[in-house]
Every structure is written in C-alpha cells, then in structure tokens.
Design a protein around this ligand. Structure first.
Ligand code: THU
Length: 130
C-alpha cells in the first residue's frame, strides 16, 4: 500500500465534494493491486436519501474500469470520521481485510489505521462462493 499517495489522492478528491446540505466534505481513495488510485467524494442530493458517500464513489470508479482487487483505502474528513456502515459493507464486498487509513483533513495526520474485517465483523454474505 502506497500510504502517502493514497492520502494525497483522498485529500484532493475531498476538494471536489458536493456537500451543500451537510457541509461535511469527504474524500476517499482506493488503491488497486496494480498500484492504480481511484478516488471519490461525497455527492449530496436535494432528496437527501440519494446522497452517495465518498468511499462508494471510489469503489464504483475502480470497478467501472474493471479493477476489483484492492490493497488499501484512505478516507479524509475534518476530524477523521469513520466510514459509515453502508460503506463498510460495500468495501467488504471486494476485500475482507482491506487496510483503511482514517485521515484528519485539518492536520493531514492518520488518526486511525484499521481494516475492513475489524470495522465490519460478520459482513453480510449472500453466497459463500462470491
Ligand atoms: N459520508 C461519506 O461520504 N462517507 C461516510 O462514510 C459517511 C458519510 C457523507 C455523506 C454525507 O454527504 C455527509 O457525509 C454527511 O453525512
């Protein structure tokens, strides 16, 4: 996992956040096994429930190019918030033990280093073979 590149990519993506309702900006970056970086930011909507989180945007960006093997993820927010439950399940679909760096946008520091197995023990699985 290329930590600094992941963090820099997530910080840059956070600048693109569309968050006029909550004003809570989130940037995420995910690194593929081949070292490519994909990014996401939160995209809010006037119909609140349609809002998409940064982590899920990043995963979708990667999957849409045919990449599904991930080696690391960084999430950047003011204060270093943890990923929501929906995003944990979404990340867990592709990597049960994906390392996750939680970064405080204000200091630029990694405030927590964890992985998806720790964040979401007992993820929902529909089939054992997928
Ligand atoms: N948000 C994310 O982008 N990722 C998370 O893991 C939690 C929440 C966004 C959604 C919404 O735009 C804003 O943060 C406040 O909930």
């Amino acid at each position: 996992m290329n930590r600094q590149q992941l963090i820099d990519a997530a910080v840059a993506a956070r600048r693109q956040a569309y968050a006029p309702y909550s004003e809570f900006r989130v940037g995420a970056a995910i690194e593929t096994v081949s070292g490519e970086m994909f990014v996401g930011c939160n995209v809010e909507n006037a119909s609140y429930g349609l809002t998409i989180c940064a982590e899920r945007v990043a995963v979708c960006a990667a999957v849409a190019t045919g990449q599904r093997e991930f080696v690391g993820c960084a999430v950047v927010t003011s204060g270093g918030a943890m990923p929501c439950g929906a995003c944990r399940q979404f990340l867990a679909e592709f990597a049960a033990r994906l390392p996750v760096l939680i970064v405080d946008a204000d200091s630029g520091e990694v405030v927590a280093e964890t992985d998806i197995g720790e964040l979401l023990p007992g993820r929902f699985r529909l089939r054992e073979d997928v």
